[in-house]
Design a protein around this ligand. Structure first.
Ligand code: C5P
Length: 243
């Protein structure tokens, strides 16, 4: 690992230069953070499980025609992705009120929403990823109108697909966060799904018991984080052996 050129180290992943130009290696760490880095911890084996869950979901999304940065998984903790310019907007899709939405608007957690809600946040650790409107995205040029259309369209398709995928294994998809990037290929610029999709950035509740199978276990000191993440992987049929 140390021979690779590190490009960037984030809270849960490290990005290294990939083997070919235009590629990047995403390395999944065991570090867990919450509340904009105010709470930190290590969940042993999380990187391995998230790498496999994200691989599974990105490959499946690619198969239904959603363009993504994902190329292939390389090892237990690494995947090869296409280099993209990250659009500095976090996209949150919600099916059921929870977390930030419940707090902001006083809606009881667990209240189903009449339709999926797409929210945007400005990606900034310094500012704590503040909620923004589409108008902010356009006014400050964080994405073009076409890109915003693509992002919203893909986000809703990802929601449809993932809601069904998780429902099939007895899990309710409450909400999740996506990131998108610009993929430059010659003269072409494409909007593609980037980053990762894992229990770190989703709320997943067991359909029968309501048990939380996601990062809220860490955020809310519920314990059993790894058991929950591994349960998601097990139900998806992809539980790897820990390294
Ligand atoms: O905290 P909030 O309710 O706004 O989060 C909504 C969803 O987006 C949750 O599934 C959470 O895990 C995810 N999220 C994230 N990264 C952030 C903010 C939210 O993965 N910076």
């Amino acid at each position: 690992m140390s021979r690779r050129n590190k490009i960037y180290e984030g809270k849960a992943k490290i990005l290294y230069e990939g083997p070919e130009p235009g590629t990047i290696i995403q390395y999944f760490k065991d570090d867990a953070t919450a509340f904009n880095n105010q709470k930190k911890g290590t969940l042993s084996g999380k990187g391995v499980v998230n790498n496999h869950i994200s691989e599974y979901i990105f490959a499946a999304l690619g198969n239904i025609g959603i363009p993504t940065h994902f190329v292939r998984r390389m090892s237990m903790r690494e995947q090869l992705v296409k280099a993209v310019e990250i659009i500095p907007v976090e996209v949150i899709v919600r099916n059921v009120a929870a977390g930030g939405l419940s707090k902001r608007l006083g809606i009881e957690e667990g209240t189903p929403l009449p339709r999926p809600l797409v929210e945007f946040c400005f990606k900034s650790d310094e500012l704590g990823d503040p909620l923004i409107a589409e108008e902010h995205v356009l006014t400050f040029g964080w994405a073009s109108e076409d890109e915003l259309d693509d992002i919203t369209h893909y986000a809703l398709r990802v929601n449809d697909f993932m809601s069904g995928l998780f429902a099939g294994i007895g899990i309710r998809l409450i909400d999740f966060k996506l990131e998108f990037g610009r993929l430059y290929e010659g003269e072409e610029v494409m909007t593609v799904l980037a980053d990762e999709i894992s229990p770190d950035g989703c709320r997943l509740w067991d359909m029968k018991t309501g048990e939380k199978l996601d990062k809220d276990r860490f955020r809310r000191d519920l314990g059993g984080e790894m058991e929950a993440y591994m349960e998601v992987a097990r139900r998806l049929g992809i539980l790897p052996s820990a390294d």
